[in-house]
Design a protein around this ligand. Structure first.
Ligand code: AMP
Length: 274
Protein backbone atom coordinates (compact mmCIF):
# COMPACT_ATOMS: atom_id res chain seq x y z
CA UNK A 1 0.00 0.00 0.00
CA UNK A 2 1.17 3.54 -0.66
CA UNK A 3 0.94 4.64 2.94
CA UNK A 4 2.91 1.83 4.56
CA UNK A 5 5.80 2.84 6.77
CA UNK A 6 9.13 3.37 5.09
CA UNK A 7 12.64 3.24 6.47
CA UNK A 8 14.22 6.67 6.87
CA UNK A 9 17.04 6.06 9.34
CA UNK A 10 20.07 4.40 7.80
CA UNK A 11 22.89 6.12 9.66
CA UNK A 12 24.64 5.26 12.85
CA UNK A 13 27.78 7.40 13.42
CA UNK A 14 30.94 5.26 13.43
CA UNK A 15 32.65 5.25 16.84
CA UNK A 16 35.55 7.43 15.70
CA UNK A 17 33.05 10.16 14.69
CA UNK A 18 30.64 9.78 17.63
CA UNK A 19 33.53 10.12 20.08
CA UNK A 20 34.93 13.36 18.58
CA UNK A 21 35.01 16.35 20.92
CA UNK A 22 33.04 19.48 20.04
CA UNK A 23 36.36 21.19 19.41
CA UNK A 24 37.46 18.49 16.94
CA UNK A 25 34.11 18.66 15.15
CA UNK A 26 34.47 22.44 14.85
CA UNK A 27 38.00 22.04 13.48
CA UNK A 28 36.86 19.45 10.93
CA UNK A 29 34.10 21.83 9.81
CA UNK A 30 36.48 24.71 9.49
CA UNK A 31 38.70 22.69 7.17
CA UNK A 32 35.67 21.97 4.97
CA UNK A 33 34.37 25.59 5.08
CA UNK A 34 31.16 24.34 6.73
CA UNK A 35 30.14 27.60 8.38
CA UNK A 36 26.88 26.58 10.00
CA UNK A 37 25.07 23.45 11.22
CA UNK A 38 21.93 24.29 13.14
CA UNK A 39 19.03 22.25 14.46
CA UNK A 40 20.60 19.02 15.70
CA UNK A 41 19.97 17.88 19.28
CA UNK A 42 22.93 15.55 19.15
CA UNK A 43 25.61 16.92 16.86
CA UNK A 44 26.66 14.86 13.83
CA UNK A 45 30.26 15.25 12.71
CA UNK A 46 31.00 15.40 8.99
CA UNK A 47 32.16 12.09 7.52
CA UNK A 48 35.61 11.91 5.99
CA UNK A 49 35.12 8.82 3.84
CA UNK A 50 32.28 7.40 1.72
CA UNK A 51 32.32 4.20 3.80
CA UNK A 52 31.53 6.16 6.98
CA UNK A 53 28.21 7.42 5.61
CA UNK A 54 26.47 4.04 5.87
CA UNK A 55 25.91 3.30 2.18
CA UNK A 56 25.53 -0.26 0.98
CA UNK A 57 28.37 -1.95 -0.87
CA UNK A 58 26.39 -1.69 -4.11
CA UNK A 59 25.86 2.06 -3.69
CA UNK A 60 29.50 2.66 -2.88
CA UNK A 61 30.16 1.80 -6.54
CA UNK A 62 28.58 5.18 -7.39
CA UNK A 63 31.36 7.07 -5.62
CA UNK A 64 34.15 4.59 -6.37
CA UNK A 65 35.92 7.00 -8.74
CA UNK A 66 35.82 9.97 -6.36
CA UNK A 67 38.62 10.69 -3.95
CA UNK A 68 36.63 11.94 -0.97
CA UNK A 69 33.24 13.40 -0.06
CA UNK A 70 32.81 17.08 -0.95
CA UNK A 71 32.10 19.39 2.02
CA UNK A 72 28.33 19.48 1.43
CA UNK A 73 28.30 15.68 1.10
CA UNK A 74 30.44 15.18 4.22
CA UNK A 75 27.98 17.10 6.37
CA UNK A 76 24.69 16.28 4.59
CA UNK A 77 25.01 12.51 4.59
CA UNK A 78 24.95 12.00 8.37
CA UNK A 79 21.91 14.30 8.60
CA UNK A 80 19.90 13.09 5.61
CA UNK A 81 20.80 9.42 6.21
CA UNK A 82 19.40 9.92 9.74
CA UNK A 83 16.03 10.74 8.21
CA UNK A 84 16.08 14.44 9.01
CA UNK A 85 14.82 17.25 6.79
CA UNK A 86 17.66 19.54 5.73
CA UNK A 87 18.21 22.92 4.15
CA UNK A 88 21.58 23.28 2.45
CA UNK A 89 22.96 26.67 1.57
CA UNK A 90 25.63 25.85 -0.97
CA UNK A 91 26.86 26.83 -4.40
CA UNK A 92 26.20 24.87 -7.57
CA UNK A 93 29.03 22.53 -8.56
CA UNK A 94 29.57 21.54 -4.94
CA UNK A 95 28.46 17.94 -5.33
CA UNK A 96 25.04 18.66 -3.90
CA UNK A 97 23.26 16.25 -6.25
CA UNK A 98 24.86 13.24 -4.57
CA UNK A 99 24.46 14.95 -1.18
CA UNK A 100 20.76 14.13 -1.50
CA UNK A 101 21.17 11.54 -4.27
CA UNK A 102 22.99 8.89 -2.25
CA UNK A 103 20.42 8.99 0.62
CA UNK A 104 17.62 8.97 -1.99
CA UNK A 105 19.10 5.88 -3.67
CA UNK A 106 19.45 4.26 -0.25
CA UNK A 107 15.73 4.84 0.46
CA UNK A 108 14.71 3.62 -2.98
CA UNK A 109 16.66 0.39 -2.64
CA UNK A 110 15.00 -0.31 0.71
CA UNK A 111 11.50 -0.09 -0.79
CA UNK A 112 9.46 -2.33 -3.12
CA UNK A 113 10.07 -1.66 -6.84
CA UNK A 114 8.21 1.32 -8.28
CA UNK A 115 5.67 1.39 -11.11
CA UNK A 116 5.77 3.70 -14.14
CA UNK A 117 4.78 7.26 -13.28
CA UNK A 118 5.01 6.63 -9.54
CA UNK A 119 8.42 7.84 -8.31
CA UNK A 120 9.90 7.43 -4.83
CA UNK A 121 12.24 10.42 -5.11
CA UNK A 122 11.10 13.66 -6.72
CA UNK A 123 13.56 16.46 -7.44
CA UNK A 124 12.16 19.86 -8.42
CA UNK A 125 14.48 22.22 -10.28
CA UNK A 126 13.87 25.74 -11.62
CA UNK A 127 15.15 25.24 -15.16
CA UNK A 128 15.49 22.61 -17.84
CA UNK A 129 19.28 23.02 -17.74
CA UNK A 130 19.56 22.31 -14.02
CA UNK A 131 17.04 19.46 -14.25
CA UNK A 132 19.06 17.81 -17.02
CA UNK A 133 22.32 18.33 -15.14
CA UNK A 134 20.83 16.72 -12.02
CA UNK A 135 19.32 13.87 -14.03
CA UNK A 136 22.72 13.22 -15.60
CA UNK A 137 24.28 12.72 -12.15
CA UNK A 138 21.45 10.28 -11.31
CA UNK A 139 21.87 8.50 -14.66
CA UNK A 140 25.56 7.94 -13.95
CA UNK A 141 24.76 6.81 -10.42
CA UNK A 142 21.93 4.64 -11.75
CA UNK A 143 24.28 2.64 -13.90
CA UNK A 144 26.13 1.60 -10.78
CA UNK A 145 23.06 1.25 -8.56
CA UNK A 146 20.39 -0.05 -10.95
CA UNK A 147 17.97 2.80 -10.18
CA UNK A 148 16.34 4.57 -13.16
CA UNK A 149 15.82 8.32 -13.41
CA UNK A 150 13.64 10.29 -15.83
CA UNK A 151 13.87 14.02 -16.53
CA UNK A 152 10.65 15.93 -17.14
CA UNK A 153 10.70 19.56 -18.35
CA UNK A 154 8.76 22.00 -20.48
CA UNK A 155 9.53 23.11 -24.03
CA UNK A 156 9.98 19.57 -25.35
CA UNK A 157 7.47 16.99 -26.67
CA UNK A 158 5.49 15.26 -23.93
CA UNK A 159 5.30 11.85 -25.58
CA UNK A 160 9.05 11.27 -25.37
CA UNK A 161 9.05 11.98 -21.66
CA UNK A 162 5.96 9.79 -21.17
CA UNK A 163 7.68 6.93 -23.01
CA UNK A 164 10.81 7.38 -20.93
CA UNK A 165 8.70 7.07 -17.78
CA UNK A 166 7.15 3.80 -19.00
CA UNK A 167 10.43 2.26 -20.14
CA UNK A 168 12.31 -0.27 -18.06
CA UNK A 169 9.49 -0.80 -15.58
CA UNK A 170 9.37 2.84 -14.48
CA UNK A 171 11.71 5.34 -12.87
CA UNK A 172 12.18 5.62 -9.12
CA UNK A 173 13.63 9.11 -9.52
CA UNK A 174 11.92 11.92 -11.40
CA UNK A 175 13.76 15.20 -11.86
CA UNK A 176 11.32 17.84 -13.03
CA UNK A 177 10.62 21.48 -13.62
CA UNK A 178 7.42 22.40 -11.75
CA UNK A 179 5.22 23.43 -14.72
CA UNK A 180 5.59 20.29 -16.83
CA UNK A 181 5.33 18.07 -13.76
CA UNK A 182 2.03 19.66 -12.85
CA UNK A 183 0.76 19.11 -16.41
CA UNK A 184 1.61 15.42 -16.10
CA UNK A 185 -0.09 15.24 -12.70
CA UNK A 186 -3.25 16.74 -14.16
CA UNK A 187 -3.12 14.30 -17.07
CA UNK A 188 -2.78 11.48 -14.56
CA UNK A 189 0.50 10.17 -15.98
CA UNK A 190 2.42 10.94 -12.79
CA UNK A 191 1.22 10.09 -9.30
CA UNK A 192 3.20 11.34 -6.33
CA UNK A 193 1.61 9.24 -3.59
CA UNK A 194 4.73 7.11 -3.17
CA UNK A 195 7.19 10.01 -2.89
CA UNK A 196 9.14 9.58 0.35
CA UNK A 197 11.95 11.97 -0.60
CA UNK A 198 11.18 15.42 -2.00
CA UNK A 199 14.04 17.66 -3.05
CA UNK A 200 13.65 21.35 -3.82
CA UNK A 201 16.79 22.34 -5.69
CA UNK A 202 17.75 26.00 -6.15
CA UNK A 203 14.69 26.97 -4.16
CA UNK A 204 15.49 30.68 -4.36
CA UNK A 205 15.42 30.57 -8.15
CA UNK A 206 12.18 28.60 -8.21
CA UNK A 207 10.55 31.33 -6.12
CA UNK A 208 12.05 34.05 -8.35
CA UNK A 209 10.50 32.31 -11.34
CA UNK A 210 7.07 32.32 -9.67
CA UNK A 211 6.78 28.56 -9.10
CA UNK A 212 5.38 28.82 -5.57
CA UNK A 213 1.82 27.71 -6.51
CA UNK A 214 3.23 24.71 -8.39
CA UNK A 215 5.51 23.79 -5.49
CA UNK A 216 2.54 23.92 -3.13
CA UNK A 217 0.38 21.70 -5.35
CA UNK A 218 3.22 19.25 -5.96
CA UNK A 219 4.35 18.97 -2.34
CA UNK A 220 0.70 18.51 -1.31
CA UNK A 221 0.43 15.47 -3.58
CA UNK A 222 3.40 13.67 -2.02
CA UNK A 223 3.34 11.63 1.20
CA UNK A 224 2.80 13.83 4.25
CA UNK A 225 5.44 11.85 6.15
CA UNK A 226 8.05 12.27 3.41
CA UNK A 227 11.59 13.48 3.98
CA UNK A 228 12.29 16.89 2.42
CA UNK A 229 15.64 18.33 1.42
CA UNK A 230 16.07 21.83 0.05
CA UNK A 231 19.03 23.60 -1.52
CA UNK A 232 19.37 27.27 -2.11
CA UNK A 233 22.26 29.57 -2.94
CA UNK A 234 20.74 32.30 -0.78
CA UNK A 235 18.58 32.41 2.34
CA UNK A 236 16.08 35.29 2.02
CA UNK A 237 12.80 35.47 3.98
CA UNK A 238 10.88 33.97 1.05
CA UNK A 239 13.03 30.81 1.14
CA UNK A 240 12.81 30.65 4.93
CA UNK A 241 9.02 30.66 4.80
CA UNK A 242 9.08 28.00 2.08
CA UNK A 243 11.21 25.88 4.41
CA UNK A 244 8.87 26.36 7.35
CA UNK A 245 5.84 25.50 5.22
CA UNK A 246 7.16 22.35 3.57
CA UNK A 247 9.72 20.96 5.98
CA UNK A 248 9.61 19.41 9.39
CA UNK A 249 12.10 20.92 11.83
CA UNK A 250 14.88 21.10 9.21
CA UNK A 251 18.58 21.06 10.01
CA UNK A 252 20.34 24.00 8.38
CA UNK A 253 23.76 23.54 6.82
CA UNK A 254 25.75 26.33 5.25
CA UNK A 255 28.90 25.95 3.19
CA UNK A 256 31.01 29.06 2.73
CA UNK A 257 30.21 32.58 3.73
CA UNK A 258 26.97 34.54 3.84
CA UNK A 259 25.69 35.71 0.46
CA UNK A 260 28.27 33.70 -1.46
CA UNK A 261 26.71 32.54 -4.70
CA UNK A 262 29.49 31.26 -6.92
CA UNK A 263 31.65 28.26 -6.07
CA UNK A 264 35.00 29.31 -4.62
CA UNK A 265 36.62 26.16 -5.91
CA UNK A 266 35.98 27.21 -9.51
CA UNK A 267 37.82 30.07 -11.24
CA UNK A 268 35.15 32.55 -12.29
CA UNK A 269 36.08 34.69 -15.29
CA UNK A 270 33.76 37.62 -15.95
CA UNK A 271 34.03 39.57 -19.18
CA UNK A 272 31.91 42.69 -19.41
CA UNK A 273 30.96 43.46 -23.00
CA UNK A 274 29.07 46.32 -24.60
P1 AMP B 1 26.81 18.76 -8.62
O1 AMP B 1 27.32 19.92 -7.83
O2 AMP B 1 25.96 17.87 -7.84
O3 AMP B 1 26.16 19.21 -9.90
O4 AMP B 1 28.07 17.86 -9.03
C1 AMP B 1 29.06 18.33 -9.89
C2 AMP B 1 29.93 17.17 -10.44
O5 AMP B 1 30.80 16.67 -9.43
C3 AMP B 1 29.15 15.98 -10.95
O6 AMP B 1 29.61 15.67 -12.23
C4 AMP B 1 29.48 14.85 -9.98
O7 AMP B 1 29.56 13.61 -10.65
C5 AMP B 1 30.83 15.24 -9.43
N1 AMP B 1 31.03 14.82 -8.02
C6 AMP B 1 30.08 14.63 -7.08
N2 AMP B 1 30.63 14.28 -5.91
C7 AMP B 1 31.96 14.26 -6.08
C8 AMP B 1 33.08 13.98 -5.22
N3 AMP B 1 32.92 13.65 -3.94
N4 AMP B 1 34.33 14.04 -5.76
C9 AMP B 1 34.51 14.39 -7.04
N5 AMP B 1 33.50 14.67 -7.91
C10 AMP B 1 32.23 14.62 -7.44
Amino acid sequence: STSSAFQRVFYEPPKKLASMSAKDVAAARETLAITQVEGLDVDLAPVSTFEDAGFSKELLRVTANFQKPSPIQAQSWPIVMSGRDMVGIAATGSGKTLAFGMPALTQIRSQPPCKPGQPICLVLAPTRELAQQTAKVFDDAGEASGVRCVCVYGGAPKYEQKNAMKAGGGAAVIVATPGRLRDFMEEGVIKLDRVTMLVLDEADRMLDLGFEPEIRAIAGATRADRQTVMFSATWPMSVQSLASEFMCNPVRVRIGSEGLKASQSITQIVEVVE
